[in-house]
Design a binder for this molecule. Sequence first.
Ligand code: CTP
Length: 419
Amino acid sequence: MTTDPAEHGGTERKPFVVLGVAGGIAAYKAAEVLRNLTESGHRVRVVPTEAALHFVGQATWSALSGEPAATDVWTGVQDVPHVRLGREADLVLVVPATADVLARAAVGRADDLLTSTLLTARCPVVFAPAMHTEMWEHPATVANVATLRGRGNVVIEPAIGRLTGVDTGKGRLPDPDEIALVARSILGRGRTDADLTGRRVVVSAGGTREPLDPVRFLGNRSSGRQGYAVARAAVARGAEVVLVSANVALPDPAGVELVRVGTAAEMHRAVFEAAETADAVVMAAAVADFRPAAQQQYKIKKRDGEPEPIALERNPDILAELCDPDRRAGRSPQVLVGFAAETGSPGRSVLDLGREKLSAKGADLLVVNEVGESAGFEVTHNAAVVLAADGSATEVPATTKDLLAHRIWDLAVPMLDPR
Ligand code: CTP
């Protein structure tokens, strides 16, 4: 069941999000998160800290949310706001989460409305930290983040990039719309446990490009949306995520370590490096099976007469190599998930081809979807059947790529090596 109102035309009770805002320069970006959530049909109540009001004033929060924006428990005390907000919320999202708010949440302080709400909330809680690299890496913050994650809260890894001044490093707030998408992914999933907490997963996405000459390549139509949704769903369930992305023109998802690659050979290297310590690898990328045997140094010119044939050579099959029993034995146990985009062929259905592919590759799960002119690529919805190595098949009717991503994790999580 999805609770993302964007899926229902807004006729149901609006999901209620408490948006905590702590005192950091990134507080202004919380206004964009607020706007994204209200425009997608969520009711949002902003709870800033006193320090946050140094950056963005109360009037902005009230006007944008259409709700009061108190910082303390003494405003509207007859409603017992610190208890009511926590109880009513479907999600508490803190943007930006400063080192101070993480510390206060970790020790269970209740010295303002935000921390009191965090103590009374029984819904999912998500922190999107932003601070200077030194503060993020300080052992105190590291311990507080571990404590919060250990309690089932989702703490989104900050991005690497420009910080407040001229400095750059880890600690930047991820893109506000991407933070909102993580929140919506959690609300849409309809379950609250962060069941990938403490797990490290690798997801590949996009489509590889195999260069012919400096300006041309052999490529495919994969947009990367499904792989990005798988990565986002994993972040929403608490995982540490490495996203190996080939030629994707989408914003960077919040909370992932993004590794950009171009060709199948580069993807092969990046996936194997990241897979070394991963609990799960999901190969959602469309990897070219062949590459031009030679890449021309100069642009190929048209000449009179017949064009030159292009000689091709095989690329490595990354998924098949990951699944190879000898190679698998050298790594700690992991769940390996493949995708199969099939059109069917005479006498063989999409599912027949999927079953053959699952056993040929040796994957644990294979997500099979039918592709054609209007299905699969470059669309926001997807239908699929997830085949498992034990012979079972789970049908996922047409749904958003985000919800399909969660259904994949629903099947993969019970297969993870128990700890
Ligand atoms: N895959 C891979 N390396 C390749 C080709 C595919 O890791 N060189 C992975 C894809 O990421 C996907 C799965 O294998 O998870 C199936 O990809 P698909 O292109 O459907 O299958 P192929 O093995 O290429 O088989 P065919 O093209 O013959 O259908």
